[in-house]
Design a binder for this molecule. Sequence first.
Ligand code: HEC
Ligand code: HEC
Length: 245
Amino acid sequence: MNRSLSLVALIAGVGALPLRAQFPPDSLVNLQVLPEDTEVRELIGIMRGFALGLGVRCEHCHVGEEGQPLSTFDFPADEKPTKAKAREMLRMVQAINGEHLANLSERSDPPIEVTCATCHHGLNRPVTLTTVLLQTRADEGIDAAIDQYRRIREQYFGSWTYDFTEATLTDAGQQIGRAHPDDAIEFLNLNNEFFPESPGIYLFLGQIYAIKGDTATAVANLERSLELAPGNPAATRVLRQLGRD
Ligand code: HEC
Ligand code: HEC
């Protein structure tokens, strides 16, 4: 073999390689769910919708480094499990829109389409804040769940991602009220910090202290609830059951 020739070939070969990968790409080469003739510009719009809907960046599903130019990414590669999951999600969304919603006897006009954001609302794993907190309580205890609420509130308040109305912590308390009344009280006290004038929270605190057999504290909370919402039938009823009306 002629070494100098092969060297020349090698150098020439390297020079001819299309090293200047570009973004946006000229063509799309590995679409398996979206129509193959999807235009590049349209596809990028869909991808931005994915990223926004899930609160992630391109590298969540694609091979590439955060902060590096998109021209260095390998978008056609199927290496990341999240990309495969996203394909399955796409098929699901197509079935929801194309079959199930299409089968309704009447539709809104214009029809409402389900998108990634319908469920994900900015979260990679679409769970409610109540679910997140109850999971943390179960795994790591109530103090960890309380800390987590404060952290998440700090980070996300005012965004579309989590519900920071009083319903979130009340719901968490309600779900564990009978089995773990002390932890439920912690959730409600935290709620009370943010909604100090809520009759519903005092009512529920009253009910839990009643379950615990602490009648004096139950009555104090129920009376506070009635001060804030005079005549409330639920608070009146529990007070009567406790023999204090
Ligand atoms: C949640 C996962 C997810 C995110 C985030 C995401 N993509 Fe994608 N992307 C996919 C999936 C899935 C496909 C393949 C679709 C198919 O098979 O029809 C794809 C395909 C592509 C393709 C086509 C590659 C080819 O030639 O086949 C490009 C380009 C692309 N994405 C760019 C982006 C950009 C830019 C971003 C960030 C703005 C992004 N993607 C964010 C999941 C994602
Ligand atoms: C009907 C509700 C719904 C819609 C619409 C939806 N998803 Fe999901 N998605 C889920 C649920 C629920 C999970 C969590 C499944 C689990 O892990 O139990 C999930 C999980 C995922 C995951 C995996 C997250 C991880 O890290 O494990 C990806 C990626 C994803 N969805 C992408 C998408 C994309 C992209 C779209 C739009 C094309 C979409 N989803 C539309 C409900 C939905």
